[in-house]
Each structure stands twice: as structure tokens, then as C-alpha cells.
Design a binder for this molecule. Structure first.
Ligand SMILES: Cc1cc2nc3c(=O)[nH]c(=O)nc-3n(C[C@H](O)[C@H](O)[C@H](O)COP(=O)(O)OP(=O)(O)OC[C@H]3O[C@@H](n4cnc5c(N)ncnc54)[C@H](O)[C@@H]3O)c2cc1C
Length: 369
């Protein structure tokens, strides 16, 4: 692994044209826990050609490279500015559940009708099945916790909403969810003191996300893909359908390019509003603390706030919890953002008030996620 620059917590996708070159990982627990990153092909050092280039070695670029190489024999080149999984991929909650976006499923029905809602649900399930099969793949190491998805109501009104949502999932989408009262949440899952009940969805798998990304990278390279780290794409031009991607070490000529980077192309520029999401990981909890908090499950959990908290007990007995935070890189290290998470820990699990959180990291997300 080549580190050319220290991690910069103030990187701001709206202000900085690229996330850097060879920048070290954010200080997330996953990085510590995953061990050394897999081998890669080092920085680009000369001009080269490829049929397919993927910009960014996060889940998107790595999974695409893996599928292309393993299932279609297409050996893509992945160009990564920093390290494998450097972006949100190494900083997230590791929570895999059905996608529904900003709108609730009842809003889907109101806005687009039952048929479209069923179709959206089917698409979401199909995507989840792919994810599920990857977590079960013998070549993938990601410590899956396939226990479902627990949505905790933070107010009585939110519980009423979850009850309606659960009925709609069961009766209209054919998706067997169930609701739980506060006592059942405490008895079977966790003693979250803010809970007014919950909805339990059957589909939900928590993973160690960076291990998952490392597995994708290993499999992709094993099947012939190349992954060049410390290779930011600084300029992109297209002539006669051929793409020219300029990196510090050379220009890569490609027939097709896959990317999600917001600043590189007019199709994505100015079309999203990044905000920060953060995450802390506590020290290892003692058995007494786990008992005092009633933490009985490692199920992935989210509460119903608009700026929601997502949390879970990791198999190795640490609590992970995070929420949304800064909207500019300049404000990223404001102590208030960490305080907000600590206040949530104390409200939900009073026995953990003031607990040490040796890992704290953040990354930029699109507000619809
Ligand atoms: C705190 C937090 C919690 C989250 N929790 C969850 C969760 O629990 N469940 C969930 O499903 N999602 C979650 N997410 C979102 C999830 O992490 C992202 O959707 C996912 O990682 C996106 O993957 P990606 O590959 O598209 O982007 P990234 O992982 O961000 O990767 C993009 C890569 O592209 C590289 N890059 C950018 N520009 C260039 C360039 N010009 N040249 C070369 N390389 C470039 C970057 O260095 C980076 O490595 C969370 C995100 C955060 C920040």
C-alpha cells in the first residue's frame, strides 16, 4: 500500500476537484479490524489502454470489476485516487437492507400507484438477492449477520407510521414484516430507551464492509482485473467515442468508463448535494454493560428520525452508532458532531453514557441514501 499524503478530514467534494493522490485511510474501526489491504497494481506509471475503466475502487468500482472479470471475462482497469475502499466504502455502517430511498413505501403507493410500488419493491429485492449471494460466496469474507432489519420508532407518531407501513408491506407488497411493542424490543433485541416499538423486516444483513470490499478486490484481480491505487483521474476528454483519462502517471485510453465521481463529468456535476455521515465505535463492552443495555442481538438497527441514527452491536462486542453531520469540509471536525452521537448513546443506552469511542470517522453521502 502506497501512502503519499496523510488523511485530510476537511476534504470537500464541492470544493476540491479530486479526493487527493495516495491519501491514507480515514480512521475508521473497519480499517483497523480488516488488517492490511490486498495487493494492488500500484500507481499508473505510463500511458495504457483498456476496454473498460472504472473510476474509484469503492463498492461500485470493485463489484463491477469483479462481475465483469468473473462472469463475463472482461478485464477492467480500476483507477483509484487513494486506496482500495478509501471512500465511504471503509466508513459506513455495514448495514445491508432493502433500498427504499427518501420516500416511504406508502408514499410510493400514493405517488405512483400499487403496480409501480410492487415493481420498485421487486427491484429492491432483486438487488438485495445479489448482495445476499455475495455475502454467502465462499470467496467472500465479510462476517455477515443475516438477522433482518430493525426500524425503531423514536416517537408514538413514528410507531403509528411503522404500523401502517408494516400493513402495507404485508398486504400490498407481499413482504412479511411485523411490528413489535417496546417491551418486545427490549426483551428480544435491545434495551433502547428511546424505543416506542419497532418494525422488523426479514431482509437485512450486516457486514464488515471493508472486508467485503477487500474480497471484491481480490476476486477481481484473481480473474484478471487491474486495480491502480494512487491514480486520480484528473482530466477526462472524449474523442470519436474513445475516452482519455489523465492521471499523474499517464493517460489511460478506454472504450467504456464507469464512474460515480461527482466532479469529473457533466452528467454528474452539480447534480447531488453531499452531506456528511459519521460513525463511532466504542471500546469493547463488558458483559455487565451488555446486560445493562439489554443488547441481545447484533441485528442492524435504524431509528425513524429524519436525521436518523443507525447502530448495532458488533459480534466482537463493540457498539457502532452514527448519524448525519457536517455539510462542509471546513466544519467536519467540529466537536459538536461527536457530541451529538455521544448524547444519542447516553439517551438510548444510559449505562454507556460517557463511554470511550476510540474510532470516529465520516464520509460524504448523497442525502437520498
Ligand atoms: C458514515 C456512513 C455510513 C453509511 N452507512 C451505510 C450503511 O450502513 N449501508 C449502506 O448501504 N450504505 C451506507 N453508507 C453509504 C455507502 O457507504 C456508499 O453508498 C458506498 O460506499 C458507495 O460506494 P462507491 O463505490 O460508489 O463510493 P465510495 O466508497 O465513496 O468510493 C469512491 C472511490 O472513488 C475514488 N475517487 C473519487 N474521485 C476519483 C477520481 N477522480 N479518480 C480516481 N478515483 C476517484 C475515491 O477515492 C473513492 O475511493 C454510509 C456512508 C457513510 C459515510
Amino acid at each position: 500500500m502506497t501512502v503519499k499524503q496523510p488523511y485530510n478530514p476537511h476534504y470537500d467534494p464541492l470544493k476540491d476537484s479530486s479526493p487527493g493522490e495516495g491519501v491514507d485511510y480515514a480512521p475508521s474501526y473497519w480499517r483497523y479490524h480488516a488488517g492490511p489491504p490486498p495487493e494492488n497494481d500500484g500507481p499508473v506509471t505510463d500511458d495504457m489502454e483498456a476496454d473498460v475503466v472504472l473510476i474509484g475502487a469503492g463498492f461500485t468500482g470493485l463489484a463491477t470489476a469483479m462481475f465483469l472479470a468473473r462472469e463475463h471475462g472482461i478485464k477492467a482497469v480500476v483507477l483509484e485516487a487513494n486506496q482500495i475502499g478509501w471512500g465511504c466504502t471503509s466508513r459506513n455502517g455495514g448495514q445491508g437492507h432493502l433500498a427504499w430511498g427518501r420516500l416511504s413505501r406508502s408514499q410510493w403507493v400514493r405517488k405512483w400507484g400499487v403496480d409501480m410500488a410492487r415493481q420498485l419493491h421487486a427491484n429492491s429485492l432483486e438487488g438485495f438477492e445479489v448482495f445476499k449471494s455475495l455475502t454467502q460466496d465462499p470467496e467472500v469474507d465479510c462476517e455477515p449477520q443475516p438477522l433482518g432489519n430493525l426500524l425503531i420508532a423514536h416517537s408514538p407518531q413514528a410507531m403509528q407510521h411503522l404500523e401502517a407501513e408494516s400493513r402495507l408491506c404485508n398486504n400490498i407488497l407481499g413482504y412479511r414484516t411485523r411490528t413489535l411493542d417496546r417491551a418486545s424490543v427490549h426483551r428480544d433485541f435491545m434495551g433502547d430507551q428511546e424505543s416506542h416499538g419497532a418494525m422488523l423486516e426479514p431482509e437485512g444483513i450486516a457486514v464488515q464492509p471493508l472486508k467485503l470490499a477487500y474480497s471484491y478486490a481480490r476476486i477481481a484481480r484473481h480473474h484478471g482485473a487491474r486495480i491502480h491505487t494512487s491514480s486520480p483521474v484528473q482530466h477526462w476528454t472524449t474523442e470519436n467515442g474513445i475516452h482519455y483519462l489523465q492521471t499523474p502517471g499517464g493517460t489511460v485510453k478506454a472504450r467504456a468508463v464507469g464512474y460515480t465521481s461527482p466532479n469529473l463529468h457533466s452528467l454528474t456535476a452539480y447534480r447531488n448535494m453531499p452531506i456528511m455521515a459519521n460513525s463511532v465505535w466504542t471500546r469493547t463492552l463488558t458483559d455487565d454493560e451488555i446486560e445493562a443495555c439489554g443488547l441481545r442481538s447484533t441485528i442492524l438497527t435504524t431509528d425513524t428520525r429524519k436525521l436518523r441514527y443507525y447502530y448495532r452491536l458488533l459480534p466482537e462486542k463493540r457498539l457502532q452508532i452514527g448519524t448525519r453531520s457536517a455539510i462542509s469540509g471546513a466544519d467536519a471536525q467540529n466537536a459538536r458532531h461527536l457530541d451529538v452521537v455521544h448524547e444519542a448513546i447516553a439517551r438510548k443506552f444510559p449505562a454507556l453514557a460517557g463511554i470511550e469511542t476510540p474510532w470516529f470517522s465520516h464520509g460524504w453521502i448523497s442525502p437520498t441514501t
